[in-house]
Design a protein around this ligand. Structure first.
Ligand code: KG4
Ligand code: ZN
Length: 390
């Protein structure tokens, strides 16, 4: 089965094309176009700009991922009826419509059995671009579209085991399994007693972990996305033995529940920098080190508490923040101490990508999960819409 994955929930436009025989997954094409630099002046992702960029780039990202598999014609292959429907569908995304009509309608139908598209969670205007692109492909090629949950994608991509350069197998975790999701928009702990069942046992009450990295970085005058920048400064501070000016709080680290709260950490960094006044480079590195330590210690302690409380047999970690080296090594030790396996995504699959969406699409098909109320078997585009709106 050949699957196309589409991801546009935040500031990455991503397309992935995979083939699976039910046991292994071969990545036939994969392309990620990051807009992060464009959002830097805003200190975070600016939704209307994200939507515009997705509209501008999604066709090119598709063609890049699918390059060896597309045959182009000089003339359009769509009927007048299809053209009319596309014009209405993509009416609010003129750049996408133009690129679609100039390129996609001149491609022979590629060998794709199923299209999976992120329906949420994410920035609504950004999500619509991916959904409408999927619907447009459905109109011209009549390929069924499956709505995919972004967070499930983060979990499943962590279960991939590399077999060769472009081939993965999927490892079934030991149950009960704890998935720790750490991204720019979410911080959640999810307990699974079987594949595909998800029970959220704790989540952030305010900022997500990635958001905390990004916001504290901003306070320190570092550009968006702040996570990787804090991390490299912290690494330098450790290597050079630069100590932080003072200790920062570990919010909710001792609470009995499994919730998180990170907004207090951002405020603490703000007050600290205000008190210190002018901050030299070493002080900045020292604070970055302490921010990273505070976040990692809090997350690892909470995960450890959940492992003990629920008799967890495997730890799965997903989301952009698991690209962080200190968090990876600390959680690996946590799992080792508890004698359970840990499943981490490859670094380049940690931040948003479409491979995770394609894998989740296969998974949804395998489970015959029919998440839309009206859909039976193949999900129609109306159901995608329904799901996205709900
Ligand atoms: O999962 P993701 O790509 O997008 C969302 O779904 O939100 O996560 C992006 C987040 C950003 O907040 C970014 O700063 C953070 O992941 N991040 C990191 C690192 N790489 C990305 N945070 C800390 N250390 C990193 N190395
Ligand atoms: Zn994400």
């Amino acid at each position: 089965m050949k699957i196309l994955g589409i991801e546009t929930s935040c500031d990455e436009t991503a397309i992935s094309y995979i083939e699976t025989n039910g046991i292994t997954i071969q990545v036939l094409g994969n392309s990620v176009n990051s807009q992060a630099d464009l959002h830097t002046p805003y200190g975070g992702v600016f939704p209307t700009l994200a939507k515009r960029e997705h509209s501008k780039n999604i066709v090119a990202t598709f063609i890049l991922a699918m390059k060896p598999f597309v045959t182009k014609n000089e003339t359009s292959l769509v009927t007048d009826e299809q053209l009319k429907t596309l014009t209405v569908l993509l009416g609010k995304e003129p750049e996408l419509l133009e690129a679609f009509l100039s390129h996609i309608t001149k491609i022979e139908k590629p060998d794709i059995d199923l299209i999976g598209v992120t329906e949420g969670p994410g920035l609504e205007p950004a999500l619509w671009v991916g959904i409408n692109f999927a619907r447009a492909l459905n109109i011209i090629w009549n390929i069924p579209v499956v709505p995919i949950n972004h967070m499930e994608g983060h979990i499943l991509v962590s279960l991939l085991k590399k077999e060769s350069a472009d081939t993965y197998s999927i490892i079934e975790p030991n149950f009960p399994s704890l998935s720790l999701l750490v991204s720019g928009g979410h911080t959640e702990m999810v307990l699974s007693r079987e594949l595909g069942s998800y029970n959220i046992i704790g989540k952030t009450r305010d900022d997500a972990v990635g958001e905390c990295f990004d916001k504290t970085a901003r306070v320190l005058g570092l550009p968006y996305p702040g996570g990787p920048k804090i991390s490299s400064l912290a690494q330098e501070a450790r290597e050079k033995n630069i100590v932080p000016p003072e200790k920062l709080p570990r919010p909710m680290i001792h609470s009995k529940d499994f919730d998180f709260s990170f907004s207090g950490l951002k405020t603490a960094v703000l007050y600290l920098t205000q008190r210190l006044g002018v901050i030299d480079e070493n002080t900045q590195k020292g604070i970055a080190r302490e921010i990273e330590d505070a976040i990692v210690e809090t997350v690892a302690t909470k995960a450890e508490n959940a492992i003990d409380a629920f008799g967890v047999q495997s730890l799965v970690v997903g989301g952009g923040v698991i690209a962080n080296t200190l968090l990876r090594t600390t959680l690996t030790k946590t799992a080792e101490n508890r004698g359970i396996p840990i499943h981490l995504p490859e670094i380049h699959n940690s931040t948003d990508n479409a491979l995770m969406i394609a894998v989740a699409t296969w998974f949804a098909k395998e489970r015959h999960i029919d998440r839309s109320p009206k859909a039976q078997g193949n999900l129609s585009v109306e159901n995608v819409l329904l799901d996205a709106i709900q």
